[in-house]
Design a binder for this molecule. Structure first.
Ligand code: MN
Length: 131
């Protein structure tokens, strides 16, 4: 069974690149182009991992992460923040909001998948059965 990644990203180019890389590596990608859409989808599809852009219209990624963590069925799902912000404080803010980690934009195609895999492997055993 393919592992499903929920990709919350409003920028079409970033969405395309990340989707391409993930699909090439055997993931199934469900896109969401806004925070509210992502929150709604996350509850329904129970993704293996959520990739969350921080710079989103109407509701930023920090608010989205906090909302996702309110849902008990999503509490163990890794959330990886993606942002072009370079300030150290933003990393802390993302972690405080409930994200497990942080990837800097622009996405590096050579390391993106290994960065994502790292957060999937951090999950408790049995969560990502390949059968
Ligand atoms: Mn954005």
């Amino acid at each position: 069974m393919k592992r499903t990644i929920l990709l919350i990203e409003d920028n079409e180019q970033n969405l395309c690149l990340a989707t391409f890389l993930l699909e090439q590596n055997g993931f199934k990608v469900i896109p969401a182009r806004s925070g509210p859409e992502g929150i709604e989808l996350a509850g329904r599809i129970q993704p293996a991992l959520i990739i969350l852009d921080i710079q989103l219209p109407q509701m930023d990624g920090y608010a989205v992460a906090r909302e996702l963590r309110q849902n008990p069925t999503l509490k163990d799902v890794p959330i990886v923040a993606v942002t072009s912000y370079v300030m150290v404080g933003d990393r802390e803010r993302a972690l405080e909001a409930g994200c497990n980690g942080y990837i800097e934009k622009p996405i590096n195609p050579d390391t993106f998948i290994s960065q994502i895999e790292k957060y999937l492997k951090a999950q408790p055993a049995g969560e990502e059965s390949e059968s």
